[in-house]
Design a protein around this ligand. Structure first.
Ligand SMILES: Cc1ncc(COP(=O)(O)O)c(C=O)c1O
Length: 491
């Protein structure tokens, strides 16, 4: 073994070189490369000959030869006929003094971030719901998704547009989809806009992030529904905005409270159709009061209309955006709930003067949203599949909602009281009696395979109600009944 090369690097059978982990020469190359770049094998060390190393490792000489050739091509080895291979680290790469140690203390772990970076790094990371667990809030019925129709839309678009979909697309989105969205939100949600005001984004989350980047700066006050949606909270707090909790009651956001807590706020975030998480609908009087405040003070209103399509007894309530003067409202809708979460398609309708700045912000963020899925979505809408799917999901979710409520009543009696009476949405929120610890209950429920959220986590202030946010849309009535029984047994 040559001087400077730790013996453990070249045991007779290099641990980790395993057939099932891909080509052996690639594994050997990666291991050597890592060792060279981190200084484990110091510069100018001489490596064993390919024959010796192959014999030591129990691999063919050709395997070692290929690994060395790749390192040579990258400038990490100097190979001289007759005198072997020497580690030649390029000038600009300086290995650390001695081998890299695993970080031990907190100081070593803390990355050197700037103020905005630190705010982002401190945000809670929401765990991706693992698909079809019972009670996941806002999880669509993937078991009832018309997959073959969707597949056909994808195939048709891919065939018809040829290479057009393989190139770069417009930042604002695929035009037929923007037009289809403008028509859809106009007729079904009463949103007043031209298709040019529609910007296709990947998610509500991206829309909120763009809003925060353009319309907020550090210290700006933002009215947040209390309790409210965590995704909005994280997007706005990343900019350093001051989040002002504004309580909601059975009529929605208490505009009078907002006015007394922060009259000069820059922005208000609301879910007027089906408040998240309490499931209330904002009254007309409150909507008008909110718009009047925005108009008079020059503030923005962000309307998150995430699951307004689902109302089971009455017609959907028209969007706030279409009421009166629309110049202060940014309207956000998503396909990720109505279709399926991994679709990553949503839309933002902005007042005319904001179109250009939002295009720049979207371009800066990621250029544009993936084209094939946009084209397939437009096709799916133009052929009427989207409206039909919505209609079917309304029936299905109404049935699932009822199944969950019946099961909760039967299994838990009054211990889990649903909040609000609006028959809508993809979740119900239930309150727990007294000061029960909803976080602990959610953890115990998780150990039984149930995916719920604690109501208390949705509050910014210290005055919190204890409860559970329960999704009913993702699984069938039988699964909901057994979930309710399991939950009741934990109370
Ligand atoms: C209020 C609200 N808005 C938006 C979303 C998510 O939308 P997206 O997946 O498009 O970010 C959710 C998800 O639960 C939600 O509760």
């Amino acid at each position: 073994m040559p001087r400077g090369v730790p013996a453990k690097l070249f045991p007779p059978h290099l641990p980790g070189l395993r057939q099932e982990q891909g080509p052996l020469h690639r594994q050997l190359y990666e291991r050597l490369r890592q060792a060279i770049l981190t200084g484990v094998i110091p510069p100018r060390s001489r490596l064993p000959s390919t024959r010796t190393l192959a014999a030591n490792l129990g691999v063919s000489r050709n395997t070692v030869e290929q690994a060395f050739a790749q390192l040579d091509a990258e400038g990490l080895l100097e190979r001289r006929v007759g005198s072997g291979s020497v580690v030649a680290l390029p000038e600009h790469v300086r290995p650390p003094d001695g081998p890299v140690r695993a970080p031990t203390g907190r100081a070593e772990l803390a990355p050197p971030l700037r103020a905005r970076g630190r705010r982002v790094a401190e945000l809670p990371l929401s765990a991706a719901p693992s698909g079809l667990l019972p009670l996941t809030p806002c999880m669509p019925a993937l078991d009832a998704f018309p997959l073959s129709l969707w597949r056909r839309s994808l195939q048709r678009q891919s065939r018809q547009t040829g290479t057009q979909l393989l190139s770069y697309g417009e930042t604002a989105g695929w035009r037929p989809l923007r037009e289809a969205v403008a028509a859809h939100v106009g007729t079904s949600r009463g949103v007043r806009c031209d298709w040019r005001q529609v910007l296709i984004v990947t998610s509500t989350q991206q829309a909120l992030d763009l809003v925060a980047r353009l319309l907020l700066e550090e210290g700006d006050a933002v009215w947040m529904e209390e309790p409210g949606y965590l995704g909005a909270r994280t997007a706005f707090s990343a900019t350093g905005a001051r989040l002002i909790p504004v309580p909601v009651d059975e009529e929605g956001l208490r505009v009078d409270e907002g006015l007394s807590r922060a009259p000069k706020a820059r922005l208000a975030y609301v879910t007027p159709s089906y408040q998240y998480p309490l499931g209330l609908t904002m009254s007309l009087a409150r909507r008008l009061a909110l718009l009047e405040w925005a108009r008079a003070s020059g503030a923005w209103v962000v309307e998150d209309d995430y699951d307004s399509e689902f109302r089971y007894t009455s017609r959907p309530i028209a969007a706030l955006q279409g009421l009166g003067d629309t110049g202060r409202v940014l309207y956000v809708g998503t396909f990720n709930k109505v279709m399926f979460p991994s679709l990553r398609l949503a839309y933002l309708v902005v007042p005319e003067p904001l179109v250009e700045p939002f295009l720049r912000a979207k371009s800066l963020a990621d250029g544009h949203t993936a084209l094939l899925s946009q084209a397939a979505m437009a096709d799916f809408m133009e052929r009427g599949h989207f409206t039909a799917h919505l209609r079917q999901m309304r029936l299905l979710y109404a049935e699932r909602r009822q199944a969950l409520l019946d099961a909760l009543r039967r299994e838990a009696g009054n211990s889990l009281q649903p909040v609000g009476s609006v028959e809508a949405g993809m979740h119900v929120t239930v309150k727990l009696a007294g000061r029960a610890d909803d976080v602990a209950l959610v953890q115990r429920a998780a150990s039984r395979g149930l995916d719920t959220r604690p109501l208390s986590a949705h509050y910014l202030g210290t005055k919190r109600s204890s409860g559970l946010v329960l999704g009913f849309s993702g699984v069938d009535p039988a699964a909901l009944r057994s979930a309710a029984a399991s939950l009741a047994s934990l109370l």
